[in-house]
Structure formats: C-alpha cells, structure tokens
Design a protein around this ligand. Structure first.
Ligand SMILES: [Zn+2]
Length: 234
C-alpha cells in the first residue's frame, strides 16, 4: 500500500476509536443524572408516605384529645347528677350525658378507623423506604462504577490522542487538511474502504475504472459521490 495512504488509514482508525470513546465518555454524565432522577423520585415517594403517616397520626392525636375532653365532661355531668335538686335540671343534665356518650362512641369509632389507616400508611411507608434504600445503594454503586469507567476511557483517550498526534505528523500538510475537512463534513469518516464495487462510506457504486485503481492501493483516490479517500482492504 502507498505509505501516505496507509498512514491515512491508520489515522482514520485512531480517529474512529477516539470518536467512539469520546461519545461513551460524553454519555456518562447523562446516565448518572438519569439515575439521580430515579433516586429523587423514590425519595419523593418516601417523603410523601412519611407526610401521610404523620398527618394521620396528628389527626388521631387530635381525636384522642377530643375523646379525653368528652370523657372529662361526661364525668363532670355524671357527678353533678347527685347534687341536682329539680327534675327539670336533672333531665337536662341526663340529656347532656346522652349527647356526650354519643360523642365518645363516635370518637372511639373514628380513632379505630384512624388506627387502621395509620397501620396501612406505616406499611406503605416501610415499602417506600425499602425501595428508596435499594435504589440509593444501587445508585451509589453504579455512580462509582461509571466514574471508574470514565477515568478508564479518559486514560485510553489520552494515549490514543498521543498516538494520533504522532501519526498525523507523518501525513503531508495539504493531504492532512483534506483528511480533516472530510472528517468534519462526513460524520467522522474521511477514509473509507471500497468493496463490492462500491464506496463503503456512501454505498454508491464506483465506476469500474476507479474501482480497479482503488484496488491497487497505489494512489490517493476519492469517491466521486462523497469525496472520501478510498482504499482497498483486502
Ligand atoms: Zn462515497
């Protein structure tokens, strides 16, 4: 193979590898953010479940205070019954006692309903907490792993870029310019192999004469359609 062409093929291989690693490195922060978002969702669900449990417990405590108050009032009325002198007053206090008994019974029922609801809410919260702890551990593990991957990729990139720099020095200046321009406008592929009569860069058939010349690998030839530098792999 023509030396100049071989150097370009090598350079292209390095640039393709570099582009692939750069894309992998660039994707990592987004992957970490996506995991973070999942973790925040789990945290929000846990906070909501905690707030629900606390709200129900607060309501239950309020009902219990109401119940204590009603019981106190009830006892007061019941002890007053013995001091009452008139029938009219007696029946009025009895009526109050009935009302308070009814209130006590209603409050007791309401408290029982709250206890059931709190029981369910506590279970629900425990489930959310378990889910959150699991996701948190997973997130910390994955984040560390991704960080390690990123450092490894960066190390490999530094080596490849060093090699690339050395390799590009061996390419004649105007040819290197042509290569770099093609790399930019042709999605990172400036040097393409030809096979089956076509350019593998744009998949368009080459003229038989050009194809035959490319197969010799003896000069710098370009695809008439996409402009990529062509070579024969094999
Ligand atoms: Zn082409």
């Amino acid at each position: 193979m023509l030396d100049e062409l071989e150097r370009l093929v090598d350079l292209q291989q390095l640039d393709s590898e570099i582009a692939e690693l750069e894309a992998a490195a660039a994707a990592i922060p987004g992957q970490i953010r996506a995991m973070e978002e999942q973790l925040l969702h789990a945290k929000a669900a846990l906070d909501e479940a905690t707030a629900e449990t606390e709200k129900l417990q607060k309501l239950r405590r309020q009902k219990e205070r109401d119940l204590e108050e009603a019981n106190r009032e009830l006892k007061k009325r019941q002890s007053r019954l013995y001091e009452i002198k008139t029938n009219q007053e007696y029946s009025a206090v009895l009526k109050e006692i009935d009302g308070l008994k009814q209130k006590v019974s209603t409050l007791e029922e309401e408290i029982l309903v709250f206890l059931d609801q709190i029981d369910a809410a506590v279970k629900d919260r425990a489930k959310e907490e378990e889910g959150f702890r699991f996701k948190e551990a997973e997130y910390l593990r994955d984040k560390q792993q991704r960080g390690g991957e990123l450092r490894e990729i960066q190390g490999r990139l530094a080596k490849l870029q060093g090699a690339r720099k050395g390799r590009s020095k061996g390419v004649e200046a105007s040819l290197l310019q042509q290569y770099l321009r093609l790399l930019k406008i042709r999605a990172g592929l400036a040097v393409a192999p030809a096979s089956g009569g076509s350019c593998e860069g744009c998949h368009v058939a080459l003229t038989p004469q050009l194809y035959n010349e490319v197969r010799r690998n003896e000069e710098i030839l370009t695809c008439e359609r996409c402009g990529r530098i062509l070579y024969w792999k094999g």
